[in-house]
Design a protein around this ligand. Structure first.
Ligand SMILES: Cc1cc2nc3c(=O)[nH]c(=O)nc-3n(C[C@H](O)[C@H](O)[C@H](O)COP(=O)(O)O)c2cc1C
Length: 369
């Protein structure tokens, strides 16, 4: 149904969770953990500020789920053992106390890993050197290295890692997990034709390239039960290939969203450069396609700056919830600002210079607000 009025501040239920409003914080890597993968000292205040600022849901930065090939960045936090899980408990408690739900994003970097303290090397679906250059604001430099092609044992490690991390997220008190299936990281490398040259059961036609998604989703569901929320994130663009589009367009969107919904996710989170734009030049946005074909709750993300952007998406039934990224960094209280008709601060990329970490951002904010 088009053009109904949706109250931004009304409840919405995703799976077994009831969000107090339609507003979420998008997952953002901030490379501010400790070297052992536990949460760092600046992270509690950082996440709690979004909760105090009125967001109904916060999605964490991507956490690496295993001690094999999943870590992407130096000082990225992980969710692979009890110490790492326990380090999140005070953050989860603070976020809950301040009134938000909290979902852990689980991210396997695959071929895009820029640093791995466990293996010191990369693995992906196939030995294909990634396009583009490493991100310097995450301690990277120069070309990506060519990954080794994962064998069956490596793929089992990936699935077991996601399952273990989801159990640890539950143990830490999170309200759910979001599987990072987007932005060019490992799972996305499996669905993307030029990074997946496999001829086994994980390569070939789209449904075979999606097989690892099925194994990850259904294995997590079996481990955490029906009450724990599971979401999945999709994008067309990648951090190392912004312009990438799904080759069979609507057909790929239909197959992908129908497939993951059938596997048992509670929500689909889509991210595009601009959430409102048609996914393939004309027609529906990626979020609308997820709603149409997935039949589960949809979170839309990308260039949502102000209340008007949020309203357009929600009133046109393009998504159920909107997720704000960079504008939430400039305005951790974005929902409260909107509610009280106050002016928003603009986002400034200087906040990430030279590193996209919390120390750099806090110094920037102290000087500029
Ligand atoms: C510093 C930074 C870190 C990010 N890290 C992640 C991440 O860990 N996982 C993820 O799915 N997306 C990540 N993203 C992408 C955002 O979630 C979001 O899709 C993107 O910023 C576009 O939304 P926006 O226009 O509201 O900023 C990151 C973005 C930024 C700016």
């Amino acid at each position: 149904m088009k053009n109904k009025h949706v109250d931004i501040f009304a409840n919405h239920t995703i799976g077994k969770l009831t969000l107090k409003n339609r507003l979420a914080v998008a997952p953002m890597t901030r490379v501010s953990g400790k070297a052992d993968g536990t949460a760092g000292p600046l992270m509690k205040d950082y996440y709690q500020a979004f909760a105090k600022g009125g967001f109904g849901l916060i999605i964490t930065e991507g956490l690496y789920p295993d001690k094999h090939y999943s870590q992407g960045y130096k000082f990225q936090p992980g969710l692979t053992d009890e110490a790492q899980a326990k380090s999140w408990q005070p953050i989860v408690d603070a976020v809950h106390r301040s009134g938000s739900l909290f979902i852990a994003q689980l991210m396997h970097a695959g071929a895009l890993s820029q640093y791995n303290k466990y293996t010191g090397s990369n693995a992906g679906p196939s030995a294909v050197k990634p396009l583009g250059q490493e991100m310097t604001f995450y301690y990277g430099n120069g070309d990506y290295s060519t990954p080794k092609a994962m064998d069956k044992e490596d793929i089992n490690d990936v699935i077991n890692g996601f399952v273990n991390a989801a159990k640890l997220a539950k143990y830490a008190g999170f309200d759910g997990v979001e599987i990072h299936g987007a932005n060019g990281y490992l799972l996305d490398q499996f669905i993307t034709v030029h990074t997946n040259e496999r001829t086994d059961e994980y390569g070939g036609k789209l449904l075979k390239r999606l097989r690892i998604y099925e194994e990850v989703i259904t294995s997590i569901r079996e481990a955490v039960g029906d009450d724990f929320t599971i979401g999945i994130r999709f994008s067309q663009g990648k951090v190392n290939d912004f312009e990438y589009k799904w080759p069979a367009k609507d057909e790929d969107a239909k197959s992908t969203f129908e497939f993951v919904a059938k596997c048992g996710v509670d929500y689909i989170h889509t991210t595009e450069y601009n959430a409102k734009d048609p996914a393939f030049g004309k027609g529906l946005s990626l979020a609308e396609l997820a709603k149409k074909h997935g039949g589960v709750s949809v979170i839309a993300n990308g260039s949502i700056v102000n209340e008007n952007d949020a309203k357009q998406i929600l009133d046109n039934n393009q998504a159920d919830v909107i997720a704000v990224g960079k504008m939430a960094l400039a305005n951790p209280d974005w929902p409260n600002v909107i509610k009280h008709n106050q002016p928003l601060q603009e986002f400034n990329f200087e906040m990430f210079n030279p590193l996209a970490d919390l120390k750099t951002a806090n110094a920037f904010l102290a000087k500029n607000t």
